[in-house]
Design a binder for this molecule. Sequence first.
Ligand SMILES: Nc1ncnc2c1ncn2[C@@H]1O[C@H](COP(=O)(O)OP(=O)(O)OP(=O)(O)O)[C@@H](O)[C@H]1O
Length: 301
Amino acid sequence: MTILATEGLTRRFPRVTALDGLTVDVGPGVTGLVGANGAGKSTLIKILLGLLAPSAGRAEVLGMDVTTRGAEIRGAVGYMPEHDCLPPDLSATEFTVHMGQMAGLPRTAARERAADVLRHVGLYEERYRAMGGYSTGMKQRVKLAQALAHDPRLVFLDEPTNGLDPQGRDEMLALIRRIGTEFGISVLVTSHLLGELERICDHVIVIDGGRLLRSSPISDFTQTTRTVVVEVEEGRDALAARLTELGETVTPHGRTLLVDIRTPETFDTLRDAVCDLDLHLVRMEQGRQRIEDVFREPADA
Ligand SMILES: Nc1ncnc2c1ncn2[C@@H]1O[C@H](COP(=O)(O)OP(=O)(O)OP(=O)(O)O)[C@@H](O)[C@H]1O
């Protein structure tokens, strides 16, 4: 099932091409959109909400074309913008009720829903205080709550962990994961911090300079590589020499050796070499590819 899709999506500004022929297909669940600052993440979200017109290509959200059905899309999708957008004199309750009503909920339903979502994001008695006095963490929570105010099927969260301390970041990430799992709302969440998304996403899209670098299930990003990482207490170089003699391909990496797994027998060769040389093995584990590595690979990898 497709939640959103783009085809050759391009957005040019006078001095820069923010999106450059982007083609992606996103299914239900929590999807991470990763890219460095300026990669085109916010531009993509604004186009998907029908707030910004594409220069070329097309995009569809929940089966609706972004150029002709923007208002309907905004009715079905919640949006947490990147920048501060909260009126300082209003309380979180007033603001969230207002946003629910703006999205079409009757006043009573908007009040009930606001109480629910503010409780969900962990704002209690503070919800009646003016937001001008809130901490960054509280503001981010209200921004998240208002995105959920009209019970959307899908939410776009633009850099929700921006400005948060490590504990605030962990709490926000846990909240986002719960939106996806407990509420069954699909999520598109952006971040320039790759490690964050690894923890909460089912699928990750990586863009760079407005182009697609990679779109894969999270399991593919963290899949095991064809390398085994070996660390011995002392004698790393002697072990490297012995393994090379035995025909293995070995690369020193910090205190460890990375050994290519040519055949399943590589593990036996390794074990025997460590025993023969009477070395103390600290660890021996299969190497894992991390999200960060996609930025070090060529674009067509
Ligand atoms: N309204 C605009 N006018 C001109 N250039 C723009 C406009 N909006 C975005 N850009 C440019 O397009 C590129 C992509 O910006 P965008 O905000 O989409 O990136 P981003 O990945 O969201 O990064 P960030 O996290 O820093 O916001 C940047 O070079 C930016 O300067």
